[in-house]
Design a protein around this ligand. Structure first.
Ligand SMILES: [Zn+2]
Ligand SMILES: [Zn+2]
Length: 150
């Protein structure tokens, strides 16, 4: 299932009891149009959409949460005190993130076997998977303290 090309997309959602309202669809479309690797917070989405969309910050929060629970967006927590969102484009092999805790630099990398491992664990506990996220936190080269001089 991928947005917005797959025609089974809407049926699939309906079967799961979700409705893609025009506003939800516009927000998804917005995520589809911004460059890959952009992770938006609710505040950022709100700021960017404000001009065309009569949307409140509360609605932005609620809609993003909902789209994430529908499996259309990924909800990412980079330990900054607020969530980021991105399109959930490749559910078979979602990318993962390495995050600098000092400057916030976030790099995406391919998850490789991580998703498979996540599936195995989910199966074991009889969970239906929404997303598998693997995060590495650390200091990027620019933020690392210089080596001590002797
Ligand atoms: Zn990402
Ligand atoms: Zn850094």
């Amino acid at each position: 299932m991928s947005f917005p090309k797959d025609p089974s997309f809407r049926n699939d959602l309906r079967q799961r009891g979700y409705r893609l309202t025009p506003q939800r669809e516009r927000i998804l479309r917005y995520f589809a149009e911004i460059p890959v690797g952009t992770h938006l917070s609710a505040e950022e989405l709100y700021q960017r959409l404000l001009e065309e969309e009569k949307i409140s910050l509360a609605t932005a929060y609620r809609t993003l949460k909902l789209l994430a629970s529908m499996g259309l967006l990924r909800e990412l927590d980079f330990a900054e005190g607020h969530k980021h969102y991105e399109l959930n484009t490749n559910q078979e092999s979602p990318h993962q993130h390495i995050i600098c805790t000092s400057c916030g630099l976030t790099i995406e990398f391919l998850g490789g076997k991580l998703f498979e491992t996540g599936q195995q664990i989910a199966r074991k506990y009889e969970f239906e998977i929404i997303d598998v996220q693997f995060k590495i936190f650390g200091l990027c080269p620019a933020c690392q303290p210089p080596p001590k001089k002797r």
